[in-house]
Ligand binder design. Structure first.
Ligand SMILES: NC(=O)c1ccc[n+]([C@@H]2O[C@H](COP(=O)([O-])OP(=O)(O)OC[C@H]3O[C@@H](n4cnc5c(N)ncnc54)[C@H](O)[C@@H]3O)[C@@H](O)[C@H]2O)c1
Length: 453
């Protein structure tokens, strides 16, 4: 076991420690990229857009969209009267508003639309927008059902439209760095990936307040329901729609989709997981919702396994971890940490305790003869942790909007097109299928459907 007075690993650690003592921990603050190469865009190159389904996210996206040079908002489409006012405040001008989104699609001066309706209406609005010749930014998750997603892919491709799906994390400068590190091979072979997104507030559990002016006069309830079962007016279902399977997909559609999109982007995966198994339960937020407040899903991909978790009962935040044979890469909040592993050969230690001393010594002697130590200081410190961080206040949303609006102008590919968005969304449907059917959800690519085993 002992070679001189130090084991091989201790020798290397001392070296690394000596290095570390003289050098500050390596933290690199990443540079944001400009939203456009052009400072001034001529009127003929402006991208004129409208926002359909303008409420929470629809309003939230207006300013980041307008920060991209060469964009102009021509209209908004809220089903709820007071959101016209909110949209006007966000746009900072008296933008026209209409309840029927098809009137906006009829306008020849609108190049592109942002679709921020409830998930169950994504398909209808996106298919109509493509048929009307508009490019589309559609919020995540792309689809409410597997069939919806493929109908949207077909519509976009038939009409040759630009589609960007709204998992903004993948336009983050941190994810770009993670993708670069993954592709470099620094992590070795990555067979295991885990990610979670945990929250512990009523808002995090979608128990949003009902505005006092919400009623059947201020809201077009029937337009909201379109495509879902008819029901009497119920503001809880409207404002907390993520809780209900008629309109949303629970934690999978709300949060897994960001994790899956991030994993697909960083690993360069452009397929749907082959199988999924889920567990979880509704333990705390028992307010009549359809979905669990804890879900954990295990996915099989051809080259690795993924485990995802969402828990609405603990403030765990979010994490994406890639566990490779040569190192570990973790994204947590606004930092990315890469921790290499010392993979140089080591003499066996644990299992030889059961050997007689003579055999043990012979084994160690032979091992050290075959594996001479490097000369002092003549080795690479490969245990140094490297950290990358985004600058304070960095937000990937404008980057994601810029990626879309610049692509509308240049016709170059977006970062999250309809096929990418559909692959991630089907991952969410696999998770829910497995959870509700209490079986293994199997993806049948040929039939474009989920089956059970
Ligand atoms: N990328 C993100 O981080 C992020 C964050 C929040 C929401 N989202 C997504 O944005 C979308 C909207 O979410 P939200 O929180 O803004 O919900 P919301 O309820 O605040 O807004 C959606 C609105 O769409 C309206 N709507 C539905 N059908 C419509 C139609 N046919 N025409 C016009 N309006 C219609 C509804 O009335 C509803 O008010 C969802 O797909 C959600 O998953 C994404």
């Amino acid at each position: 076991m002992v070679h001189g007075s130090l084991t091989r690993r201790q020798f290397i650690r001392v070296g690394a420690g000596a290095m570390a003592a003289s050098a500050a921990p390596k933290v690199t603050v990443l540079e944001p990229i400009p939203l456009s190469s052009a400072r001034v865009v001529s009127p003929s190159h402006m991208v004129r857009f409208a926002s359909l389904g303008t409420r929470l996210r629809g309003c939230e996206l207006l300013q980041p969209s307008l920060r991209v040079p060469g964009t102009e908002c021509l209209g908004v489409c809220p089903l709820y009267a007071s959101r016209h006012e909110a949209a006007r405040e966000a746009v900072k001008k008296d933008v026209s508003a209409m309840r029927d989104y098809r009137k906006i699609l009829d306008r020849k001066d609108v190049d592109a639309v942002i679709v921020a309706t409830t998930d169950h209406q994504h398909r209808k609005v996106v298919v109509d927008a493509c048929a009307a010749g508009k490019d589309v930014y559609c919020e995540k998750p792309m689809s409410h059902t597997v069939e919806d997603g493929f109908a949207m892919v077909d519509a976009a491709q038939k009409a040759n439209r630009m589609i960007q799906i709204g998992s903004q994390g993948i336009s983050s400068i941190l994810y770009a760095k993670a993708k670069e590190i993954f592709a470099s091979g620094r992590l070795g072979d990555v067979f295991m990936i885990e990610a979670y997104s945990d929250r512990n507030t009523a808002s995090g559990a979608w128990v949003y307040p009902i505005p006092p002016d919400a009623n059947e006069q201020t809201i077009d309830w029937n337009a909201f329901l379109d495509g879902a079962p008819k029901r009497p007016f119920d503001p809880v279902r409207l404002f907390r729609w993520r809780c209900f399977a008629d309109y949303g997909e629970g934690l999978a559609g709300d949060l897994f989709v960001h994790l899956i999109s991030g994993i697909h982007f960083i690993t360069g995966t452009n397929t749907i997981a082959q199988r999924a198994q889920s567990t979880g339960g509704l333990f705390r937020w028992k307010d009549g919702r359809d979905f669990p407040d804890v879900i954990e899903t295990f996915y099989d991909y051809p080259n690795f396994r993924v485990v995802l978790r969402c828990n609405l009962n603990n403030e765990g935040g979010g994490l994406l971890g890639f566990y490779g044979t040569k190192g570990t890469m973790v994204i947590k909040d606004s930092t990315l940490t890469v921790k290499p592993q010392d993979t140089r050969p080591q003499p066996e230690s644990y299992s030889i305790y059961g050997w007689p001393a003579k055999l043990r010594e012979e084994y160690l002697k032979k091992w050290h003869e075959e594996n001479p130590l490097p000369a002092p200081l003549d080795f690479r410190v490969d245990e140094e942790v490297e950290t990358f961080a985004t600058p304070p206040g960095y937000d990937p949303v404008p980057d994601h909007q810029a990626n879309f609006f610049n692509a509308v102008r240049s016709r170059k590919p977006v970062v999250e097109n309809e096929v990418f968005g559909n692959n991630a969304a089907v991952g969410c449907h696999l998770a829910n299928y497995a959870y509700f059917s209490r079986s293994v959800a199997v993806w049948d690519q040929g039939a474009r459907k989920i089956t059970r085993s």
